[in-house]
Write a protein that binds this ligand. Structure first.
Ligand code: SF4
Length: 263
């Protein structure tokens, strides 16, 4: 199968820097018809992507990974956004409940190595189980989040899922995000107003003080060495030779070698 590397995507990424998030979402829907989904944990930026997909009436389902230990507010946000925006939300779940996992493996998330395994079992594996249904997964990473995400490309090769990742909000800074939320009254997880700038599982997310970094509440019990769960490959891998395998015709389309679509 032909390979598409991160280096191959560099010219396309440069050209896409000036595109709006809506342009990029339309491009993804037209380039990968029936083979594209958005992943959302229903945090602020993810809710904005969901709202945009609904507003544009794109045929893009939303994949939500329910680890079984999400906050009830997160599940309620998922249901409210799905209903309000007319979205098809597919909830993915791990094969074991957290109780079953704990009975078999113990409490994993209390150590750095255990946390990686727990996130793999409860977040990454449910997504991997459906990855062969897609050639493209849309995310909601933003460079203004800082850290590794400061360098996040718009298009990224994800060899683990063998998909092209599209991050339409990478150039959205906080003002742009908040402006969109206010203008469109986007439904948000109420925990964001209760001291949680970011929200994940209830076992590993705490509120954040005003003088702390916005991700300080994630895996606080593990200390500063752990910052990401790994579900977004560009958080961990910036190798330009990272590659996915796709049909040549689709690679040509991704790279703009065919003029059968416009953005
Ligand atoms: S965030 Fe915590 S509870 Fe959730 S999957 Fe990762 S380690 Fe497990």
């Amino acid at each position: 199968m032909p390979r598409l590397t991160q280096a191959d995507l560099s010219e396309r990424n440069k050209a896409f820097e000036s595109r709006t998030p809506q342009d990029l979402l339309r491009w993804a829907a037209e380039t990968f018809p029936g083979r594209v989904a958005a992943i959302s944990a229903l945090q602020r930026a993810g809710s904005v992507v969901c709202h945009m997909i609904g507003g544009l009436e794109l045929d893009i389902p939303i994949l939500f990974v329910d680890t079984g230990v999400n906050f009830p507010e997160t599940l309620a946000t998922r249901d409210a956004i799905g209903e309000a925006c007319g979205l098809e939300i597919r909830t993915l779940t791990p094969p074991q409940t957290m109780d079953e996992q704990t009975a078999e493996l113990g409490v994993l998330y209390c150590t750095p190595e255990g946390q990686k395994e727990c996130c793999r079992l409860r977040k990454i594996e449910p997504l991997r189980a459906v990855a062969d249904q897609f050639d493209c997964l849309i995310g909601s990473l933003r460079r203004s989040e800082g850290g590794q995400r400061s360098f996040c490309p718009i298009l990224a090769a994800d060899p683990d899922m063998n998909v092209v990742r599209v991050n339409p909000l990478v150039t959205f800074d906080d003002d742009s995000l908040n402006g969109y939320i206010d203008e469109h009254s986007v439904i948000l997880n109420p925990l964001h107003e209760q001291g949680y700038p970011t929200v994940s599982c209830n076992r590993c997310t705490t509120p954040v003080l005003e003088n702390e970094p916005r991700r300080a509440g994630r895996w606080r019990h593990l200390g500063p060495w752990q910052a990401y769960c790994g579900i977004n490959p560009t958080d961990l891998d910036t190798d330009t030779q990272t590659a996915v395998e796709l049909p040549q015709q689709l690679i040509d389309k991704v790279l703009g070698r065919e003029a059968d679509f416009m953005i």
